[in-house]
Ligand binder design. Structure first.
Ligand code: ZN
Length: 411
């Protein structure tokens, strides 16, 4: 009887995991204003469709995940609008099932697989233990569901200016978390003299997973979860923590509907995760000049702002620096990035962490990566691409850090 009950419980748990069998991701390119407006309308009333990227501009591709039961309706809609569509992913569940290696590598931690929050935290503990004079643990506080938001400070000497690395604010963007841990590891272990020099020239505050509830949820329950896990209105969970920062909050490119993927939260910093991160950054705001945030996907290197296209005071410097960084990124594998401010390069948006940092502290070097790929795998980038992705990303970060080192303090 007991065994039967156990089986029942196990199957209930397994059955509660979201699946995406035969969900397609369709790419649509609006070619005129009417099509663009219709897509925007559809995004506001998605009815089961999930927009992986947002309609914003004519000729700019939009990726939409379509459940199998919605395919006939979706096809009717695109036909009626004369929209051309392409099947970018034919079965999202297949990507999820093959995303990770069949056999977990034997090492405790590494970059040929994606790791759980507990495994990442255990690895952070091991760094503190193995580098006692260099690595110190940091806790931002506890998430909505009570998890510690963990990070570390890496400091080889006193008196350094600081760099912040932010990962995982969007739960499903696993490559962000893996890339941040990869860079952290290289700061401590690289035998490349350039990286060793940069590791020693700055202090680094590294937060691989600033939305731990969401990250855990993507591992246990729904691989495609993006938001936090706070309970909002209409029995919908979560807000987009990267629309929740108190800078031009909810002005543009964010939603006030609790069920939306880009719900900005009930008020600025309503999400404890965003609030705790902002509190910590405020407490060290006189110490850092570089803020690097990691997302996926699209292969973009972005700088402020998202709420309008007005150039920041060092726009030319950031554009040239971003372009040089993207060139360095392309060297290993030819991975092509587009560089620019958020508003013009991806889409208008507000309340994002990087813009808040720039707007409130006037931090001179703030960048956000939208990592691999350009849509073949989307958010479900195979673990076999982690090392190449992280290594090329590190190469681009090196360019930014070297420039910062040469140009700080700012006159
Ligand atoms: Zn993101």
């Amino acid at each position: 009887m007991l065994r039967f009950l156990c089986l029942l419980v196990v199957s209930a748990v397994l059955a509660d995991r979201a699946t995406y069998h035969n969900y397609q991701v369709r790419r649509v390119v609006p070619e005129n204003q009417e099509q663009l407006e219709a897509l925007t309308e559809l995004e506001n009333n998605p009815n089961g469709l999930s927009f992986w990227s947002r309609p914003f501009r004519v000729q700019k591709a939009v990726d939409i995940m379509v459940p199998p039961h919605m395919l006939p309706r979706f096809n009717e809609i695109v036909a009626s609008l004369n929209l051309k569509t392409e099947v970018y992913i034919s079965n999202v569940q297949h990507l999820i099932d093959t995303e990770r290696p069949k056999v977990r590598p034997r090492a405790d931690f590494g970059w040929t697989d994606y790791y759980t929050l507990d495994e990442i935290n255990a690895w952070l503990d091991s760094l503190v233990e193995n580098y006692p004079n260099v690595v110190t643990p940091i806790s931002l506080g506890r998430s909505y569901e009570g998890r510690e938001i963990r990070g570390v400070k890496v400091s080889f000497k006193e008196g350094n200016r600081a760099v912040i690395l932010e990962g995982g604010i969007h739960a499903r963007e696993w490559i962000s978390v893996a890339t941040v841990t990869y860079i952290l590891n290289k700061l401590l272990t690289s035998d490349d003299p350039v990286i060793q020099d940069l590791a020693q020239s700055f202090d680094y505050y590294v937060f691989p997973s600033v939305n731990p509830d969401g990250y855990v949820y993507t591992h246990t329950t729904d691989r495609m979860w993006r938001k936090t896990r706070s309970l909002g209105g209409n029995r919908c969970y979560g807000a987009d923590a990267n629309r929740n920062f108190d800078f031009h909050w909810l002005e543009i490119g964010a939603s006030n509907s609790p069920c939306s993927e880009t719900y900005a939260g009930s008020s600025p910093f309503s999400e404890i995760e965003a609030r705790l991160l902002s509190n910590f950054l405020t407490s060290i705001s006189d110490k850092f000049d570089v803020y690097l945030a990691f997302h996926s996907y699209s292969q973009l290197l972005l700088f402020p702002y998202g709420h309008n296209s007005d150039p920041v005071s060092n726009y030319d410097e950031l554009l040239a620096l971003g372009t040089a960084a993207a060139e360095a990124l392309a060297k290993n594998n030819g991975t092509e990035y587009t560089v620019g401010n958020i508003y013009d390069t991806i889409y208008p948006t507000s309340g994002v962490s990087m813009d808040w940092v720039r707007g409130v502290f006037d931090t001179p070097y703030t960048f956000t990566w939208e990592l691999r790929d350009t849509g073949k795998y989307g958010f479900v980038l195979p673990a076999s691409q982690i090392i190449d992705t992280a290594e090329e990303t590190l190469n681009s970060a090196v360019v930014i850090l070297q420039h910062a080192k040469e140009n700080l303090p700012r006159k």
